[in-house]
Design a protein around this ligand. Structure first.
Ligand code: GLY
Length: 425
């Protein structure tokens, strides 16, 4: 079989790598891929932008590709699955209607409220003055979110009224996020720890992936601006059996049931970003309509079953027949970013070729913002690599991953030194 992966980040490298391991897969194509997918056995990069649906479907037809797996949110929100379906092509991901769970925070908040899914108290504003007046009723910190997609930067934790007012102006008046900021949500801040809970759905059944946590803040100690994610690990020790069952019954099942009841059964990866309070109360912070990045990388390090079969079963509504096997070891991924990430990443530097990194079952270096130029690997995006390792304990995995980080790091690299520490504490 042949499969197309849409996207070019670390998540897509991990998806392509795992799909290529399947005995039923002969070729994996990645549009557009990166230097990591370029070098992966059985994998070939294709120079088609993920938002060029017509070019993608033409390619799928001419190459007789059996199915497509979509990584990032932008093509999903723009309706890639609907487009492929209209051409009778199999494409794993939610429809544009369901992708609004990520594409519009106002939509997802209203959905949660309709279906009694636990989430923080909030109000929607389009008028900056009305938003500022509402602040008089609020306590700090306070969360202000742009409605639409903003590359992980659309959520601001305001620590006082002046910061909240400034954020409202930046989003609604100065259009810092363009049209994605036509509406904002002002939301109560919930204390606790964030957990990523990801499931694969076939429209009726679902498979929960192992639990994971990422580190969204740029700097050690979870300080500094938010990023797409600086590292992740799986499993998340915080999610014990009882909490796992509670997440399924309070969040995942009502979400899937609610969508189905509204006539929109969900197919694809659904990611609930959850805040777990010290007393184990759960609040949904946001939904993503895709696999997490960098969570995908450590999670797929632990998958021992055939991922291609899993995706096919999801596409054909047969996930109830599928029981994946997971490596009981811990997996961790440390993101190596370009200097200046997230605001002004320094692009164009040459990355190490990594030829001396031994390929084995315990380590993997996934690429994200890299490309091949004149035979060299150069930096083309803020998050450059995700160095992953497996270990018997989280500490063991962390120690192994950082040992490899030291080997692959280049002069201007930036990374956090404490990935996994919040769970180790
Ligand atoms: N790791 C956060 C995300 O994928 O959105």
């Amino acid at each position: 079989m042949k499969v197309l992966v849409v996207g070019n980040g670390g998540r897509e490298h991990a998806l392509a790598w795992k799909l290529a391991q399947s005995p039923i897969i002969k070729n994996v194509y990645v549009a557009t891929g990166n230097a990591g997918t370029y070098r992966e056995p059985k994998v070939e990069n294709v120079a088609i932008d993920p938002l060029q649906f017509e070019q993608l479907t033409d390619f799928v037809k001419t190459q007789h590709i059996d199915f497509t797996v979509v990584g990032p949110e932008a093509p999903l929100v723009a309706g890639i699955v609907d487009y492929f379906t209209s051409k009778d092509l199999l494409c794993l991901g939610p429809t544009a209607v369901n992708a609004q769970l990520e594409g519009s925070k106002v939509f997802s908040k209203a959905f949660m409220q309709r279906h009694g899914i636990p989430t923080a108290r909030s109000q929607v504003f389009t008028d900056p003055e009305a938003g500022k007046q509402y602040l008089a009723k609020c306590t700090y910190p306070l969360v202000i979110k742009a409605d639409g997609l903003a590359s992980g930067k659309g959520v601001v934790i305001a620590t006082d009224e002046s910061m909240a007012k400034q954020t409202i102006d930046e989003i609604l008046s100065q259009k810092r996020f363009g049209e994605a900021g036509n509406q904002i949500i002002i939301e109560d801040f919930i204390k606790g720890e964030e957990v990523s809970f990801i499931v694969l759905c076939d429209g009726e059944h679902y498979i929960p992936f192992p639990t994971s946590q990422d580190h969204k803040a740029r700097d050690d100690g979870d300080k500094g601006p938010n990023t797409g994610g600086m590292g992740a690990y799986s499993p998340a020790p915080l999610v014990n059996e009882q909490l796992h069952a509670k997440i399924l019954s309070e969040v995942i099942e009502p979400t899937l049931k609610g969508l189905a009841l509204e006539g929109n059964p969900f197919k694809g990866f659904l990611y609930a970003g959850l805040m777990i309070s010290p007393n184990q109360d759960i609040h949904v912070l946001e939904y993503n309509c895709r696999f997490g990045d960098p969570e995908t990388q450590p999670i797929l390090m632990r998958l021992q079953s055939d991922f291609a079969q899993m995706c096919l079963d999801a596409l054909h509504g047969k996930l109830s027949l599928y029981t994946p096997q997971w490596d009981p070891q811990f997996a961790i991924g440390v993101v190596l970013a370009a200097n200046g990430y997230p605001d002004r990443p320094q692009l164009g530097d040459v990355c190490p070729t990594l030829n001396d990194i031994p390929a084995n079952d315990f380590y993997k270096v996934f690429h994200a913002g890299t490309k091949i130029e004149e035979g060299k690997i150069t930096i083309s995006g803020g998050r450059v690599l995700c160095v992953c390792a497996l270990g018997d304990t989280l500490l063991d995995a962390k120690t192994k991953a950082y040992r490899l980080v030291k080997k692959v790091a280049w002069d201007s690299v930036f990374y956090r030194n404490d990935i996994g520490d919040k769970a180790l504490k």
